[in-house]
Design a protein around this ligand. Structure first.
Ligand SMILES: [Mg+2]
Length: 432
């Protein structure tokens, strides 16, 4: 048996924890550079704000309806996510963190009332972190996802499902006819793994609800569609086909890319930006215990703005696989200097680390370079420890420039809230 625990309107909920005045109001969190909506409160959904809708299209609602639009505060969301995940893990024996606000938990071997247990974990998450979430329980990942959708929808839209299913929906506790009634009330497009295109094809073929899909013959589905959809059908029928992945495979490439807050025309600020991206990417690389063999660097103009176009990328091989920030930054800056041309309003740049391998490959060799590599590894470890303790960028290469407002390439985030939980200077103060 599996549970899926999912934070409701997660980014908005994180903001509301520290700004209770946002409760009950329409609130939207915007993507990088304040571009479009990436999280909406129920009130904002009711005003018709769509996911990924550009900010300028609904900005007028701020005046007319009191809508609050905020810049994304990913430092806060990441930290709140950690807190939520560690509490959610208490539900069962193993956990797969599926996204920033969703995790699957393995409930096998857990005796007794699963719904009651899920309710108390949900309450604890709400009380200890302030994040409301919903829990779906089912024998397969697809059914746990579906149960979660039912729990969320039953809470948000009264009348859509029986009120008993709100917040926590345990499909394993239902009689077959009750379960079928829930599946029959769910549109096929809401099933995990059914994309928009396949959803349309299914509806054209008369498969309208999740129950219709569950009643299809798996072999026919494989012939007409794909093995992937066949797997979905079997999972809907209660046969587990997708395993819990509690130790995600290390990434095969690591990227750090950003759109700039303002166009960048000169090389020096671009070197700063690329140095910082390289440092971030190298940090991620060390965190997963990998080395990189190749550094790709790119820069381009905006495809949406008029003016001359520029888009170029370059890969720079490293002399030997490394996770050393200095070596990776040096390669990225070298690549940047080769591809740069003046006269363009550059809107985005990035660094990608490729040809990754495990950092244990260094062991067993005895030449001087390996020895130096180990020394550098210890230095990088010290840098990571210091930056973890005292905050991102406390210790960094001089080529990343000075931190502060003067950096033209930093993101536009005019409406960002403080780093409430990760910076001592920004911790909220309670006054009695
Ligand atoms: Mg969510």
């Amino acid at each position: 048996m599996l549970a899926l625990i999912d934070g409701n309107n997660f980014y908005v909920s994180c903001e509301r924890v520290f700004k209770p005045s946002l409760r009950g109001r329409p609130v939207v969190v915007l993507s990088n550079n304040d571009g479009c909506a990436i999280s909406r409160s129920d009130e904002a959904k009711a005003l018709g704000v769509k996911m990924a809708q550009p900010h300028f299209e609904f900005r007028h609602l701020e005046e007319q309806e009191g809508l609050v639009s905020l810049s994304a505060n990913f430092t806060l969301y990441g930290d709140m996510s950690d807190r939520m995940m560690s509490l959610a893990a208490g539900l069962g024996a193993a956990q797969e963190i599926y996204s920033i606000d969703e995790s699957f938990v393995d409930l096998s071997g857990i005796p007794g009332d699963l719904r009651g247990r899920a309710r108390s974990v949900r309450e604890r998450i709400l009380q200890w972190t302030g994040i409301p979430c919903c829990v779906g329980i089912g024998p397969t990942k697809t059914l746990a996802k579906l149960a979660n959708y039912i729990a969320k929808t039953a809470e948000r839209k009264p009348g859509s499902y029986p009120p008993l299913q709100a917040q926590v929906c345990d499909l394993s506790a239902l009689a077959p006819n009750e379960m079928n009634a829930l599946l029959a009330s769910t549109e096929v497009g809401e099933v995990w793994g059914v994309g928009r295109r396949i959803g349309e094809q299914l509806r054209e073929g008369g498969v309208i609800t999740a129950l219709d899909l569950a009643h299809l013959d798996p072999a026919t589905v494989r012939r007409r569609w794909s093995v992937v959809l066949e797997r979905t059908v079997r999972e809907l029928q209660g046969l587990p086909c997708i395993d819990l992945d509690d130790a995600p495979a290390p990434k095969k490439e690591i990227a750090c890319t950003r759109s700039f807050g303002h166009p960048v025309r000169e090389l020096p600020p671009l070197i700063e930006a690329v140095s910082e991206f390289a440092a971030r990417a190298a940090e991620k690389l060390r965190r997963q215990g990998s080395l990189a063999g190749l550094v790709l660097v790119f820069a381009h103009t905006s495809p949406f703005r008029p003016g001359p176009r520029f888009a170029r990328s370059l890969t720079v091989p490293l002399r030997r696989p490394t996770s050393d920030t200095a070596a990776i930054t040096q390669a990225a800056v070298l690549g940047l200097e080769c591809l740069f041309e003046p006269g363009f309003d550059l809107a985005k740049a990035g660094v990608m680390l490729l040809e990754l391998c495990d950092d244990s490959v260094m062991q067993g060799e005895l030449d001087l370079e390996v020895e130096v590599g180990r020394e550098r590894g210890r230095l990088m470890h010290a840098v990571d420890v210091l930056n973890d303790r005292y905050g991102k960028g406390t210790l960094r290469l001089a080529s990343t420039g000075a931190v502060g407002e003067q950096r033209e390439w930093t993101m536009k985030q005019r409406r960002r809230t403080p780093q409430y939980t990760t910076d001592w200077r920004q911790v909220p103060v309670a006054r009695a």
